[in-house]
Ligand binder design. Structure first.
Ligand code: ADP
Length: 154
């Protein structure tokens, strides 16, 4: 059976933190689906089309990775793509508390799906998409924080 994992998130925009975790997961799975969740109440800063395009460009050379969007429950999406693993990154204890609750609820919703956590690389601990958005909003240069394929005009 193929080992398929879903990495769900907003990727608004993708950062070097996301990129690093996803690349570290590649040897562990046959296929990784990076899935942009579109049912969240929060409005995104970058359009869905732009976020999909950046993800596709960043991972264009990685045949195991595909990029999709989904609505509804993450576990339902996992079922439709036959994924038995959910991937998430952990930076801080705040991430841990947040992820623990989502992970435990997802486990109750579908006990056949395991959430796998990756500790962030130390140099990416302070990095999140919201900081990148703030830099862009205020005319700064976000390029040190996003993958090379993500060209954001500042
Ligand atoms: P969400 O809106 O669901 O939190 P994000 O796109 O912000 O989606 O994040 C998706 C996943 O990536 C989360 O598990 C988050 O903890 C992880 N992540 C975000 N930034 C980093 C980083 N700098 N290092 C490691 N993991 C990260």
């Amino acid at each position: 059976m193929e080992r398929i994992a879903v990495f769900p998130g907003s990727f608004d925009p993708i950062t070097k933190g996301h990129e690093s975790v996803i690349l570290r997961a590649v040897p562990l799975f046959d296929k990784i689906i990076i899935a942009i969740g579109t049912n969240s109440e929060k409005k995104s800063f970058f359009s869905l089309e732009q976020r999909l395009k950046w993800l596709q460009e960043v991972f264009a050379h990685e045949p195991k990775i595909i990029v999709m969007q989904y609505g509804g429950l993450t576990v339902d999406f996992c079922r439709t793509v036959n994924a038995k693993f959910l991937l998430r990154g952990l930076r801080t204890s705040a991430d841990f508390e947040f992820e623990r609750s989502i992970g435990q609820i997802n486990k109750q919703l579908d006990p056949s799906i395991e959430t796998v956590f990756f500790l962030t690389a130390p140099e990416h601990t302070a990095l999140n998409s919201s900081i990148v958005r703030d830099i862009v909003r205020n005319g700064g240069d976000p390029s040190p924080f996003v993958p090379d394929a993500v060209a954001i005009k500042s």
